[in-house]
Design a protein around this ligand. Structure first.
Ligand code: SF4
Ligand code: SF4
Length: 188
C-alpha cells in the first residue's frame, strides 16, 4: 500500500515538473501576433468555416435536420408526381426542396449534419468572414448556402495504392464494354 502511494506521489511530481517545463519553454518564446484582418490567416484547407449546400444532391430526407443537436437546420419541401416514363408504367413521386436554411448563430460546427447526409449534399468550406451586426442575417438560406460551394476545397487525392473506388470501377467497365469491337455473327 505504502509503495503504491509513493509511486503515485512520484508520478504526480514528474507531471508537475513536466508542466512547469512546458510553461517555461513557452514563456521564453517570442509571441507572434496574427495581423488579421490586414493579413489573412493561413488556415488548414479542411477548416470548419461555413457549411455549403449542393442543392442538386439534396433529397429533403431531413436526416441532417433530425440529427442536428442544435435544431438549427430548417427544411421545407413538397412532393411532386413525375409521370411514368413509358405508357403503362408507374408514376413516381419526388421531394422538391422549398427551403433549406442553417442558423449559424446557433450552429456549434460539430459537423454531424455533414457526416450523416447520405447524398453528399453538405460540405465544409474554410470561409469564416460572414459575421453580421443583425443576428437574423446569420441564417443562411439555400441560395447563400449554395454560393459557399465555390469555396469548398477539392477532396484530398486518393492514396495511389488504394483500390479503385467501386463507382469509378463500374463506370470504367461500362465504358470499356461500349468501346469493344462487335464480333461478327457466325454463318452457322
Ligand atoms: S454543424 Fe452541427 S450544429 Fe451546425 S448545423 Fe450541422 S449538425 Fe447542426
Ligand atoms: S442535406 Fe442531406 S441529410 Fe439533409 S435533407 Fe438534404 S439529403 Fe437529407
Amino acid at each position: 500500500m505504502v509503495k503504491n502511494g509513493e509511486q503515485r506521489v512520484g508520478s504526480k511530481g514528474a507531471g508537475l515538473f513536466k508542466g512547469l517545463g512546458i510553461t517555461l519553454s513557452t514563456m521564453t518564446k517570442r509571441s507572434i501576433t496574427e495581423q488579421y484582418p490586414d493579413v489573412q490567416p493561413e488556415l488548414p484547407p479542411r477548416s470548419r468555416g461555413v457549411i455549403a449546400l449542393l442543392e442538386e444532391n439534396c433529397t429533403s430526407c431531413m436526416l441532417c435536420a433530425r440529427e442536428c443537436p442544435d435544431w438549427c437546420i430548417y427544411i421545407d419541401s413538397h412532393k411532386e408526381v413525375i409521370p411514368a416514363a413509358e405508357e403503362g408504367g408507374r408514376e413516381r413521386s419526388q421531394n422538391v426542396l422549398d427551403r433549406f436554411a442553417i442558423d449559424f448563430s446557433l450552429c456549434m460546427y460539430c459537423g454531424i449534419c455533414i457526416d450523416v447526409c447520405p447524398f453528399d449534399a453538405l460540405f465544409w468550406s474554410p470561409e469564416f468572414e460572414y459575421s453580421e451586426f443583425d443576428i437574423r442575417n446569420m441564417t443562411h438560406e439555400k441560395e447563400r448556402l449554395g454560393q459557399w460551394m465555390a469555396t469548398v476545397p477539392p477532396p484530398p487525392a486518393l492514396d495511389p495504392a488504394a483500390a479503385e473506388p467501386k463507382e469509378l470501377l463500374g463506370v470504367r467497365k461500362k465504358a470499356e464494354a461500349a468501346t469493344l469491337p462487335i464480333e461478327p455473327a457466325s454463318d452457322s
